[in-house]
Design a protein around this ligand. Structure first.
Ligand SMILES: Nc1ncnc2c1ncn2[C@@H]1O[C@H](COP(=O)(O)O)[C@@H](OP(=O)(O)O)[C@H]1O
Ligand SMILES: [Mg+2]
Length: 279
């Protein structure tokens, strides 16, 4: 993939982050509306969308943009798309409202149903996670950029941690699917050993697996395709995988519904997770 395209995408995400922070840092009371699926939406979601949609449409000529904050095109229309941008202008709206900083701007480029480039930007922390696939004459790229500089990121191996008596580290949602995660934790504890579980909002959970700060993110609750595409591109470029409950790779734009199946984000896929994760 094109590193220049990745940099241009990062720049657009940072501008969307600035639009979010203007709302976040303003002293006005935050107005929260509820969407058809009962999820919250704020002026910040819409402000970020208004930065992202036109900028991405201009970036790649003729490549459509699918954003959470727009009217959804029909599957009849979408299924014609070989490449498109998929955008969640503000993932973790609940965390935004709680003002805990755990929300992200998410942009991915999908090609043939696969996320090939992704940017996850964390406005409050000014952290960027970015990744793209390699091409015929280029390697995959995955990195984390902060005000202090940029470091390549890579998922971590699990077995050496277990051999050293370290716990399996899970990340999970603050708001969704807690019961199913508790049952999974019990299963891993009885089969493998100690589990440590950290709760976090938004697509940051996938990024923690990508940067080797967690081993597994089980998502046993609904998400939409825009919630996962960007961070999946980062995870895959960093050596990890995202699979459904049958261990099939998570894919995009293959059906009428934009809901994802439940899924697992796995850092070390050389570890035999199947007995733990399949029923
Ligand atoms: N019933 C549901 N159907 C579809 N997606 C849902 C959902 N409940 C939660 N989500 C998704 O889960 C995301 C939040 O996940 P988490 O709890 O891990 O932070 C939400 O992102 P938004 O904040 O962009 O709406 C929303 O898209
Ligand atoms: Mg979201």
């Amino acid at each position: 993939m094109d590193k220049a395209l990745l940099e241009q995408t990062i720049d657009i995400c940072r501008r969307a982050g600035d639009a979010i922070l203007e709302v976040y840092n303003s002293s006005a009371e935050l107005e929260v509306d509820t969407k058809a699926d009962d999820s919250p939406v704020t002026a910040a979601d819409l402000a970020a969308h208004r930065v992202l949609a036109p900028a991405l449409a201009e970036l790649l000529d003729g490549v459509p943009v699918l954003s959470e904050e727009q009217e959804m095109p029909s599957f009849e229309e979408r299924r014609q798309w070989q490449r498109y941008w998929i955008v969640d202008p503000l993932d973790g709206t609940k965390e935004f409202i709680r003002r805990n900083g755990e929300f992200t701007v998410n942009v991915a480029l999908i090609d043939g149903g696969e996320p090939v480039l992704g940017v996850v930007y964390v406005p409050v922390l000014d952290i960027t996670y970015a990744g793209c696939r390699g091409g015929a004459d280029s390697e995959a790229v995955a990195f984390k950029r902060t005000a202090d500089g940029e470091t390549p990121i890579r998922v971590r191996a699990l077995q050496p941690r277990l051999d050293a008596g370290e716990p399996v580290e899970l990340v999970a949602s603050r708001s969704h699917g807690a019961g199913a995660v508790d049952r999974l934790v019990e299963r891993i504890e009885s089969a493998v050993g100690e589990v440590a579980c950290k709760n976090m909002g938004s697509s940051l959970k996938l990024c923690l697996v990508a940067e080797g700060a967690a081993d597994l993110y089980p998502r046993l609750a609904p998400t939409c395709e825009w919630d996962t595409a960007a961070a999946q591109a980062v995870v895959e470029a960093a050596g990890g995988t995202v699979v459904d409950e049958e261990f099939r790779l998570l894919r995009y734009n293959s059906k009428d519904s934009l809901l994802n199946p439940f899924f697992y984000v796995i850092g070390d896929s050389s570890f035999d997770w199947r007995p733990l994760l399949t029923k």
